[in-house]
Design a protein around this ligand. Structure first.
Ligand SMILES: C[S@@+](CC[C@H](N)C(=O)[O-])C[C@H]1O[C@@H](n2cnc3c(N)ncnc32)[C@H](O)[C@@H]1O
Length: 273
């Protein structure tokens, strides 16, 4: 795992793109001030995805398929579709979120923009049954274990690229809160949250590595645009690397937490033994 700066050429997103206007990020005067942070996030995320897709060879294909988990209003989904379409990569993008109203709105907006291979699907991430093969799995701030669901999809399909910016990692936080020994030393809830975030995401990195993924951890935007600015960027490089799972198990016992949903899903699927 390395912390890197990507060297992508700047991807200049034009504020007058129809999808930005339709989704309410901009109007004919430009980016709405209250949407500047989201605009920065989706621009930078798309830029990094473009870089990773190119490195993985996916951009040599005639068509690139992407799935977006916890898509919400689809700001990022539209940005990725727009980018791939403009680069003649004939995109197919499926966006999944359990919020059916937002998925309906997303489909209406996709129609208005003429994004014919973009579909918004109302479902829970861990119940989505339309999984075939996607070159990339992405998620931007999918809540709590929905990020594990996204990572698992990518691992199960052996996607070329998995890009997830996690959010509100509650699962490990709950087990840390139960540890009386820890509360003697950590009095501030904020520290416990930060610790849970790091343990969760570090576990995710090791589990990705166990399946032969190279993982970069990137501060993808400045914290003024979001505090949740960690991006897990994984690219499939080789076959399974069981030693990383052994390291994860030692980590779990050393830190003494119960493990994360991703591990359980991988065990159930037979990806780990
Ligand atoms: C913080 S919003 C992020 C939305 C969008 N990706 C963005 O960055 O603008 C998180 C979204 O994840 C969805 N979500 C959370 N858990 C989910 C799950 N288990 N399955 C499907 N969607 C989920 C929520 O409905 C919400 O729309």
């Amino acid at each position: 795992m390395t912390k890197v700066k990507t060297n992508t050429k700047k991807y200049k997103l034009d504020a007058k793109e129809q999808f930005l206007i339709e989704t309410g990020i901009s109007d004919y005067n430009g980016i709405k001030p209250r949407m500047t942070k989201k605009f920065k996030q989706i621009g930078r995320f798309t830029e990094i995805l473009a870089d990773k897709l190119a490195q993985s060879g996916a951009t040599n294909q005639k068509r690139v398929k992407v799935i977006d988990i916890g898509a919400g209003k689809g700001y990022m989904t539209f940005a990725i579709y727009n980018y791939l379409a403009k680069h003649n990569l004939d995109p197919v993008i499926h966006a999944v979120d359990f919020n059916s109203d937002l998925m309906k709105l997303g489909n209406e907006t996709a129609n208005k923009c003429g994004f014919e291979n973009l579909s918004f699907i109302s479902d829970f991430a861990d119940q989505y049954s339309g999984l075939t093969y996607y070159d990339a799995v992405v998620s931007l701030h999918a809540c709590d274990t929905a990020t594990d669901d996204a990572l698992f999809m990518g691992l199960k399909m052996k996607s070329k690229v998995i890009l997830c910016a996690p959010c509100c990692q509650k699962e490990v936080l709950l087990s840390l809160k139960e540890k009386k020994s820890l509360s003697k030393f950590i009095k501030h809830g904020l520290f416990l949250h930060k610790m849970a975030d790091i343990i969760t995401d570090n576990s995710r990195v090791m589990l990705l590595q166990s399946q032969g993924y190279h993982v970069d951890i990137i501060d993808f935007v400045a914290t003024e645009h979001t505090q949740k600015n960690t991006l897990i960027a994984a690219t499939k490089k080789r076959g399974k690397q069981p030693a990383f799972y052994e390291t994860y198990k030692s980590y779990k016992s050393e830190i003494s937490f119960d493990g994360i949903k991703l591990e359980q899903m991988m065990l159930d699927e037979g990806l780990l033994s």
